[in-house]
Write a protein that binds this ligand. Structure first.
Ligand SMILES: Nc1ncnc2c1ncn2[C@@H]1O[C@H](COP(=O)(O)OP(=O)(O)O)[C@@H](O)[C@H]1O
Ligand SMILES: [Mg+2]
Length: 370
């Protein structure tokens, strides 16, 4: 798929911006602090209605303005569509061809993106929360049902936690009855989330393993594991298992005032040659593993969606060694449309014909003609 145009209004340091982005590779070049990452962030939000940089989308509204608008035209095998996301201080709206989608899950997936940033290393080194967020964002963009389960799970979880706290170590009969209801809700949505994650991780591992073995010259085997379920289990089995765990932990949960088990606590474990990468791999190995996961994501989306996502590369080329650079750059070009930011054009020589260069300076962008 391709993003053919991008228009911004009051977004970060762009009062107004209109770009023709039909080229296979769009390069944003400029000094630090000029607005390169802001453009990729806008594309990320257009695709996912979320930013990788902040949980508070209102931060993206240009200072002194009331709203921000991101618009783009996406060309896919199935046709083209006009997407837009509006950010206000009180929330966000997403629309296709000018018609608002009431549910975010009916919007996300119109444009698929895979973003590479220097912070990807946190996928290996960071807290479980980083990996859960990765799973949720990536599965969310290929599965509307997953997004819906996730929203309902989060709601049920916060209700259950409130109830646990209000019980104050000493639940009445009414509280126990209500807890039964929330346990059921949690297990219903939670089991679907767990199973979908297990399936996703299995597929991601298949691609990541092959890519990683190539990049590491067959020296390293990358494995992934998630939770205690296997993708072959039935939804009913996972539901019963999770419900059972919730019941078994109830008195502990009442004592602590929080829900101690479920997909909001699970972790994705990343192994290199059967050892946990976070603890035992070198910085370079960890970087390669993170890159393999992201490259695998591209193949996974192509498998599930039927076409390649758009790649967003923020300042990543310069920190890769030549072997990994070649690997990443070879994934780009004719097949995979790419948007990348850099401070200099070195290393992109092989792509010369496919490049559209944009010079970024203080919230203004001008297309460089060859
Ligand atoms: N809400 C906002 N309104 C106006 N300017 C903003 C806003 N948020 C960030 N900026 C400006 O955007 C610039 C950073 O842009 P960024 O895309 O991160 O730069 P880089 O080119 O280094 O990637 C900074 O100058 C910052 O002041
Ligand atoms: Mg930047």
């Amino acid at each position: 798929m391709r993003l053919e145009s991008l228009r911004l209004l009051h977004f970060r340091n762009y009062p107004h911006l209109q770009l023709d982005t039909r080229a296979p590779v769009n390069v944003f070049i400029g000094e630090n602090g000029q607005g390169k990452t802001n453009v990729l962030e806008a594309i990320d939000i257009l695709a996912l209605t979320k930013s990788h940089r902040t949980h508070r989308l209102a931060e993206c509204i240009q200072w002194g303005e009331q709203f921000a608008l991101i618009e783009g035209r996406v060309q896919r095998n199935t046709g083209s569509s006009e997407l837009s996301v509006t950010l206000t201080t009180s929330g966000k709206r997403a629309a296709v061809a000018g018609i608002e989608r009431q549910r975010i899950s009916d919007y996300v997936g119109m444009l698929n993106v895979v973003l590479f940033t220097p912070e990807d290393l946190q996928l290996i080194k960071g807290s479980p929360q980083v990996r859960r967020r990765f799973l949720d964002m990536e599965i969310g963009q290929i599965s509307p049902l997953y997004l819906r389960d996730l929203q309902q799970y989060v709601r049920a979880l916060s209700q259950r936690n409130q109830l646990l706290k209000s019980a104050n170590h000493n639940p009445t009969e009414r509280i126990t009855d209500t807890l039964d209801i929330w346990d059921d809700q949690l297990a219903r949505h939670g089991s679907r989330i767990i199973l979908r994650r297990a399936q996703f991780v299995r597929t991601l591992e298949r691609h990541a393993r092959e890519i990683h073995s190539r990049v590491s010259g067959d020296r390293e085997v990358l494995s992934l594991s998630y939770a205690k379920v296997s993708p072959e289990q039935t939804p009913e089995q996972v539901f019963q298992m999770y419900l059972h765990e919730l019941r078994a932990r109830r008195s502990l949960d009442l004592a602590r005032g929080v829900t101690s088990v479920g997909p909001h606590r699970d972790d994705l474990v990343i192994l290199l040659n059967d050892r946990e990468a976070a603890a035992f791999a070198s910085q370079g190995q960890q970087r390669t593993a993170a890159l393999s996961l992201k490259l695998a994501e591209i193949e996974l989306i192509r498998e599930e969606v039927g076409e390649y996502p758009v790649l967003l590369l923020d300042d990543v080329l310069s920190e890769l060694d030549p072997v990994r650079q070649v690997h990443l750059v070879s994934a780009m070009g004719a097949q995979v449309q790419t948007f990348l930011t850099t401070t200099h054009l070195e290393g992109l020589g092989s792509l010369a014909g496919a490049l559209q260069v944009f010079v970024v300076e203080a919230g203004q962008i001008r297309a460089k003609t060859p």
